[in-house]
Design a protein around this ligand. Structure first.
Ligand code: GUN
Length: 296
């Protein structure tokens, strides 16, 4: 079998178009413009690229983008003061503090200082608790994007065996909660799991989010399974830098029923879902109906 390729790039473009259409209606009918504030501390090159892309896509969707670039040596007090000001700013509906922060800053403290209603990353402890108890939460963007791709491919996920490889707070744990919310039977595996291959072969849905290049190989995939590759790893091949996922694409695609490529799979969904979350946060803040299909 050769797997169907799940085109995350095309799907993300549809999500952005849906967000933009809803944003235009908010502006025309309510004079309301959703605003997203992104806080970047320091000069991490990868973070600078992400933040630039977020700003561009936010503006393209018709929303306001506020960028706050702080020097690497910013004090905790100054960072917390900025977050407090953004919490109080009525033009700001979503706040994202780009991670990782410089080592002298406590990221848990910063994230938990964000108003949970504006926490478009879904990292605040109250959003984590709301998601874990099946209540209305702000949901982390990357797992939300994976869920959208899976719902689009399968329709109902009820009763399917899902294995999530990876236990991070950003992807693995919220992904497992979301799949459970859609009535999957969920296993969380990780780099220390015994006989990882056997565990993975039990999966109808296999989500790879371990952060190890090409760790999941075709022999670990059940024939016909859906494989979602969250990994983005830079590796050197034949003297060139290449992006690869946590899945060995060639061997897995020969066995799977459907698979996301890297690049062009899950990656583009993350910013699309950040825009969706900003719109959702704005609608909730104003007591307006939420957009269909853009939330968990
Ligand atoms: N750094 C890498 N990914 C993310 C993300 O999804 N959110 C934040 N805030 N920082 C990140």
């Amino acid at each position: 079998m050769t797997a169907r390729v799940i085109d995350g790039k095309a799907f993300a473009a549809r999500v952005r178009a849906q967000v933009a259409a809803h944003v235009a209606r908010l502006r025309d009918e309510h004079g309301l413009v959703p605003g997203l504030a992104v806080v970047l501390v320091g000069e991490d090159p990868a973070s600078q690229v992400y933040v630039r892309n977020k700003g561009t896509q936010t503006t393209e969707a018709g929303m306001q983008s506020f960028e706050h670039r702080l020097p690497a040596q910013t004090s905790e007090a100054d960072l917390l003061a900025l977050i407090a000001a953004l919490n109080a700013d009525p033009a700001v509906h979503g706040i994202l503090v780009q991670l990782p922060l410089p080592k002298h800053l406590d990221s848990d403290l910063a994230i938990n200082a964000i108003d949970p209603a504006k926490d478009v990353d879904g990292f605040h402890i109250s959003n984590v608790g709301l998601l874990g108890t099946g209540q209305k939460a702000m949901v982390p963007c990357t797992p939300l994007g994976c869920l959208m791709l899976l719902r689009d491919h399968h329709g109902s996920l009820a009763g399917l065996n899902a294995v999530v490889v990876g236990r991070s707070n950003i992807v693995g744990k919220p992904m497992a909660q979301l799949l459970l919310g859609d009535s999957c039977t969920v296993t969380i595996a990780h780099s220390r799991t015994k006989d990882l291959g056997a565990v993975c072969r039990g999966a109808d849905i296999l989500v790879a989010a371990v952060g190890r290049a090409e760790m999941i190989t075709g022999d670990m995939v059940r024939p016909g399974a859906t494989v979602i590759d969250v990994g983005i790893n830079r590796v050197e091949r034949n003297g060139k830098l290449r992006l690869v996922g946590d899945v060995d694409y060639a061997s897995a695609a020969a066995v799977a029923g459907a698979i996301t490529p890297v690049p062009g799979g899950v990656g583009p969904m993350t910013i699309a879902c950040l825009l969706a979350n900003t719109l959702t946060a704005c609608c909730r803040a104003k007591g307006l109906p939420e957009p269909d299909g853009l939330t968990a």
